[in-house]
Design a protein around this ligand. Sequence first.
Ligand code: MG
Length: 394
Amino acid sequence: MNIVLLGATGSIGESTLKVIRKHRDRLNLVGIAANQNIEKLAQIAYEFGVPHVGIFDESAYATAKAGTAFPVTTQLHCGLAGLEELAALPAADTTLVAVVGTHGLLPALRAIEAGKTLAVASKEILVLAGKFIMQAAQKSGSLILPVDSEHNAIFQCLNPNPPSERSDSQRSTQHVDKLILTASGGSFRDLPVEQLKHVTLEQALQHPNWDMGPKVTIDAATMANKGLEMIEARWLFGMRAEQVQAVIHPQSIVHSMVQYVDGSVLAQLCPPDMTFAIQHCLLYPDRGAGVVAPLDFSQAMQLDFHAPDLQRYPCLALARQAMEACGVANGIFNAANEVAVEAFVSGKLKFVEIAAIIEKTLDSIENVEPSSLDEVLHYDQLARQNAANFVQKI
Ligand code: MG
């Protein structure tokens, strides 16, 4: 299996490399890309003998082109166009997109149009352009495999016996009543709600279970992350808004569940480590020994579940509102959240003000049904401007 990895230097990228290292006889890295970390990209290129390297940042690309960091045989690709080339690389079977923000959107679409299997890690892709991505996949027959642990869990619960041919039907959602996404509840799940006013960035970055980047860790604390995942799940699995639920599960062992109309619930369990979901995607429909030790049921284990308190997690209610409105509201929620989190990280906003910025931004733009990706991106920009203005005024 030939793999292209967009976002090779981030947290998902690192976990993906662990999986490839473990299964070098079955997985071959043919392309990698990152924003600007030339040193790390060069290291990966040497270790895995990667022929194609994409560098998003143009000045970093120029530096790499002029320097000697990479093997002489490496072909360098520049900017967004470079990422699009890599995504559709003729040699690739699977393109894994784990690019931060909205820059993964066009490369993901190129991969689908070229008939590659798309392993999707960047939430923005489906949140912003779920309609267009799913349409394109239907047209090209591309398989979309979810890397996010919750969606990967749901995918596995919907396909307990994967087809032997990769080109077979993506999944069956017949008889599904609802999808239940589990959430850790983030850094402040046990803090009295009135103390949320005083929490610091440092405290927000202490995630109880997962080791992730700062943006996702803060999104886990507000549960905006789960909101984005609900929207993503809706598109991926063709559900109605009311069929997608979130539940707090502090242990992060059950990664999500599918409840069928007869009341049966299927769940996927494994330790909270991204290599499980990534490996499932890269080896699919095959399986192989995992990178880290599996669950050990000879040890006592407790699994708890409870409904999220919307006083504590107002971002979750806003996400549901956006999901129900559909149209460009999904992207507006995402953009406003991104701006608000950045402002919190740089000390311009309090933790509890993140939700207020999202709410104001959603209210400031009339929701429409987008007819093109350009329109989606236009509303993304507009939402960012509005959110930035609201941050200034707060
Ligand atoms: Mg997740």
